[in-house]
Design a binder for this molecule. Sequence first.
Ligand code: SF4
Length: 395
Amino acid sequence: MPPAEHPAATAASAPRPTEGRVAALYLHVPFCPSVCPYCDFHKMLRSEPLVARYLDRLEAEAAEVATAYPGPLDTVYLGGGTPSHLRDAELERVFAALRRGWADADGRVGRLETTLEADPLTFDARRLELFRRLGVTRLSIGLQSSQDAVLAYLGRAHDAEAGLEAVRLALASGMRVNVDVIMAVPGQRLADDLRTVLDLGVNHLSVYSLTIEPDTPFGRRGIVIDPDVDADAFELAGDVVAEYGLERYEVSNFARPGEESLHNLAYWRGDRYLALGPGASAYLPEGAFGTRTKNPPIKTWLLGAPPERDVLDADDVVLERLMTGLRTREGVDLARLEARTGRALAAVAPAWLRDATRHGLLVLEGSVLRATPLGLERLDALLRAFVGSRASTPA
Ligand code: SF4
């Protein structure tokens, strides 16, 4: 029997965890069916001995983390890599470890949302039923494009028809669905890509620019993306997606109201979260302003090496809240930020705040600071200017 439908939690109605309680968990699965030439995530091809050692270590890590932070959890996100590349029995082990650590009385680990990142070639109707049975309520599909030439350029293993069929199957399963699209790819007809996906009835889209990192095959080949093409694509994406009634609630994410990713909202709101798996990052309620941790890469993670730790101070929190909060439609509540950090933004960066509002990049409504559409388009430069202009503040 299929599990109960996802409860009708929306971004606005979802309860916020009380300060200090950690209600979100990220789990990193580093294995991929093939390696894309633009990717700089922590990922690798699978081998049976490596996956077996990964699962052993993951079970031990989940037990340790659950002892320190027993939850309950509102959201769980399995990312990668390609979590759906794990076989049935392997996924069963992952979810069993999560349930041992964090299951509520109904056996759920993510009480509001459990997302699985999935490659189009790794699931069919039978696998979708398995995902649902394990407790997955939301699927994030790495489609990237609906055009064969673009998919070939990106080195993806699926073609357009296989990708779109995967999206259709996922939608028919009743799970919530996100589709990833990459924009600013040479030769891409972005509007066609977006319309093709939205015509299927998708309610959440993540639209990211193709970025070229130096330590990738694309970077080594010297591929460069024209910033003007990127800026045009950003604007076009906003216009096309708006025609379908989805809203840009984060700079790269669009959703029909109520379909926002609750897990990603937790990141962007500065909430704490746990992490499992090699290379995974957490934000723990340790120290006055929280502690960021990053697990080591797989080689040393398998040996039980501890994460790197960065104990934050008030200025770190101010910077982080601006960097993530200004990406979102919600913006940053400066009164809350001041209560949390003792820092008033008007005193920390007065010239930056004045200039950005005067130039129409930021708008202050009550105590909430938001980026305008123009500000979102120029967000990276805006945040760089903030870092450069911060007045030194007494500790
Ligand atoms: S599937 Fe995703 S994580 Fe894996 S190599 Fe491609 S872009 Fe990277």
